[in-house]
Design a protein around this ligand. Structure first.
Ligand code: NAP
Length: 268
């Protein structure tokens, strides 16, 4: 029996040909799945995060699609390192068309016990890192005059709230505001800015970190209307569509891909 469609690629071959995409946190989880799919569709790829050994292994796998893949070691909390990443991307490829702000840090912590360091680490990666990368990519896209596409990655607790995630929820809420603000401000430059909000996706860092024990995983699963975790391929398909020219009329939008998990299911 063939795989269900949600585990298969969606866009036609070559849909991202001649594009160059930077994916932060592209060596693992959803970032890697998006990088693999963009590569399959013909895009040149830069994957950037801190651990070079992880990036190199992922780059090797991604390059099997026959596109150029450059791993860059950097910490998105550091604006100078983001500048360096952008310069390296431009010197390797001559341009940047797509940025996916996927990198994130998160760990559950009781807010009354949270240290300033913990707060600053998560807000620094999620909110500041997304801003540094977006602004540098925006400047490069404006300079090129070719337009571009930025895709941010949210989480539904930015709307619903939730225990032990105040640092990440606050930062992700900021990203949604950034998505809409930049979509309007940069529209004259033909730069589109969108956001995806994945639900619980199987075999990813966020799921392992937040719902590591069996009981919690079961509770999370019971709350998913589809009765299953999402797949990385489903997220990668949505991301590919949004960064592609198929979505030329889509900007400032936020797409939730969670089978309705984050909606209020209370009985009255
Ligand atoms: P993951 O595998 O843990 O990936 C996080 C990535 O961010 C890693 O590759 C990490 O690489 C990178 N990163 C962390 N800190 C960094 C820093 N300071 N500078 C540069 N890179 C850094 O996570 P994931 O589960 O795939 O999640 C990916 C995105 O989806 C995140 O934005 C997450 O909030 C969102 N999301 C995921 C789910 C899910 O079910 N998986 C659900 C909702 C939202 P290094 O360690 O090498 O730096």
């Amino acid at each position: 029996m063939s795989e269900p469609l949600y585990k298969q690629s969606m866009l036609r071959d070559g849909a991202l040909e001649n594009k160059v995409a930077i994916i932060t946190g592209g060596g693992t989880g959803l970032g890697k799945a998006m990088a693999m799919e963009f590569a399959r569709l013909g895009s040149g790829i830069i994957i950037a995060s801190r651990k070079m050994d992880v990036l190199e292994e992922a780059a090797h796998e991604i390059s099997e699609f026959g596109v150029k893949v450059i791993p860059i070691s950097m910490d998105i909390r550091n604006p100078e390192q983001v500048d360096r990443m952008m310069s390296q991307a431009v010197s390797e490829f001559g341009k940047v068309d797509v940025l996916v702000n996927n990198a994130a840090g998160n760990f559950p912590v009781d807010s009354l016990e949270m240290s300033d360091n913990a707060w600053n680490a998560v807000v620094g990666i999620v909110l500041n890192g997304t801003w540094y990368c977006s602004q540098r990519a925006g400047k490069q896209m404006v300079k090129q005059g070719t337009g571009g596409s930025i895709l941010n990655v949210g989480a539904s607790y930015m709307w619903t709230g939730g225990p032990k995630t105040v640092h990440s929820a606050a930062a992700k809420a900021g990203i949604l505001a950034m998505t809409k603000s930049l979509a309007v401000e940069w529209a004259p430059h033909r730069i589109r800015v969108n956001e995806i909000v994945p639900g619980a996706i199987e075999d990813t860092g966020a799921v392992r970190m937040l719902w590591s024990d069996e009981d919690t995983a079961k509770k999370v699963l019971n709350n998913i209307p589809a009765g299953r975790f999402g797949t990385s391929q489903e997220v990668a398909n949505l991301a590919s569509y949004l960064v592609s020219d198929y979505a030329a009329f889509v900007s400032g939008a936020c797409f939730v891909i969670d089978s309705g998990s984050c909606l209020n299911k209370s009985v009255f």
